[in-house]
Design a protein around this ligand. Structure first.
Ligand SMILES: [Zn+2]
Length: 441
């Protein structure tokens, strides 16, 4: 396929603007939009074509185009171009040197919590989780925000009631591995944790942060804010499914979990904690590499202002608040009837959502789960599915494209299967033998 058809396949219309290098075309960029910042020379590079966007600074040949804007891997791009991929392939990235970016944003490196803190925090989270499962009122509140029982269990959400007749607890800071802090009167400061919904964040399988969403009846003065972060928590923005190629960025943890629960097979999710939160050194490069970043900040002044930073820093970003009239954030919108998965899908490039069929015949009368089990039993394939990872491992000799694609679709495009295997299934490596035998409850 030549470069002009590739470009028009992404829905972008180009105009011929010059005859140099065998013809130059200009138009909106398939990645970052605009008017005519995108340039392309279809006859350049021995007919493979060349492109460059002066806004997002992406550039290269036809292969690079498919990788940057159509969601292909290099291997898939070569396959689509009908050429074989050379060993030790170096991407043909081209961009005029004179237009290099100015000084780059330096993501902050955050510290991880202390070991003793982790130990205490994990116990606290587990206890709160058991308490939440007994608490009908809080479960019902969460369900209204799109976090059903499966989500509550998968994310280890909890409820902390307080102790000794108080709506909070006190501990010495040292008992949680925190340094001693003296108050003005010379006495030791203590660790205070208020009651509320306990929202844990895990990083690489380890507890990283605890946020508590406090009930309205405890918010009495201006100093009482809705969310409380347990001192000692790690402070980098975090989320789920870092292996995906598209992301949704939101403000609140519960919204992040909602999007993860409803569309986690399609996109990775990140919670910033507030509209001004910025990704740190772990998350920043992941978002930079993404094909698309949907920035869903709240529908308010602060959210729109923060978007300016994202627009400058991430040419792959789109401003993607929930539809107008649906409330200010994904949780509101869910309550107002928004289909979260449809809303996310509408913001993604077609390559990530379209159905491809390489001549595979779907069996009749089988559920997706049964079909997946049949395929996993029959072919040399396993799925690695944990909280942090979701990856299909094909035996390298297994080349049937139709079946590979179908297994890919069953895992990544069926929300229930994806959720079940990643968050629920007790085994990390799934094959035809253990897919169905374990009871999820
Ligand atoms: Zn661009």
């Amino acid at each position: 396929m030549d470069m002009l058809s590739l470009v028009s396949g992404t829905g972008v219309a180009l105009k011929k603007v010059a005859s140099t290098h065998g013809g130059e075309y200009a138009g909106p960029c398939p990645g970052c939009g605009g008017n005519d910042r995108f340039r392309c020379w279809p006859n350049d590079k021995d007919g493979r074509g060349a492109f460059w966007c002066r806004q997002c600074d992406k550039g290269g040949d036809d292969i690079q185009f498919m990788v940057e804007f159509m969601g292909y891997t290099y291997r898939q791009a070569f396959e689509a171009a009908g050429r074989s991929m050379p060993d030790n392939y170096t991407p043909a990235v081209c961009r005029p040197a004179r237009e290099r970016r100015k000084k780059a944003f330096e993501p902050r490196v955050f510290e991880s919590p202390a070991d003793l803190w982790r130990e205490r925090a994990l116990k606290f989270v587990e206890k709160a989780h058991v308490a939440l499962l007994e608490n009908k009122a809080e479960l019902s509140y969460l369900a209204h925000r799109g976090l059903d029982l499966q989500a509550v269990k998968g994310f280890r959400l909890g409820w902390f009631e307080g102790e000794n007749g108080k709506g909070c607890m006190f501990r010495s800071r040292e008992s949680w591995g925190l340094e001693t802090v003296l108050k003005r009167d010379g006495r030791k400061k203590v660790l205070w944790i208020p009651r509320g919904i306990v929202i844990p964040t895990f990083k690489k399988g380890e507890i990283y942060r605890i946020r508590v969403r406090r009930p309205s009846y405890d918010l009495k003065t201006d100093k009482d804010s809705r969310y409380f972060i347990v001192p000692g928590s790690g402070m980098e923005a975090a989320g789920h499914n870092p292996g995906h190629r598209a992301f949704v960025v939101v403000e609140a943890d519960l919204d992040e979990m909602l999007v993860c629960r409803r569309a986690g097979s399609l996109v990775g999710t990140v919670a910033l904690g507030s509209s001004t939160g910025k990704p740190g050194s772990d998350v920043f490069p992941v978002l930079k590499k993404a094909v698309r970043v949907l920035v869903s900040l709240d529908w308010d002044k602060a959210g729109r202002k923060a978007w300016e930073w994202w627009k400058k820093e991430f040419p792959n970003a789109r401003f993607w608040p929930v539809p107008e009239g649906m409330g200010k954030d994904p949780g509101d919108a869910f309550e107002n009837g928004l289909d979260i998965r449809d809303w996310v899908t509408a913001g993604l490039p077609p390559a990530l959502t379209m159905e491809i069929n390489h001549g595979y015949q779907k069996p009749e009368g089988m559920s997706h789960m049964q079909e997946l089990q049949m395929l996993l039993s029959k072919y040399p394939v396993t799925i690695e599915a944990t909280l942090d990872k979701g990856r299909i491992h094909f035996d390298p000799g297994f080349r049937h494209r139709g079946i590979r694609q179908r297994i890919h679709d069953l895992f990544y495009k069926d929300e229930d299967i994806y959720w079940y295997l990643k968050m629920y299934h007790p085994d990390d490596v799934i094959s035809g033998d253990n897919l169905l035998v374990k009871d999820p409850a």
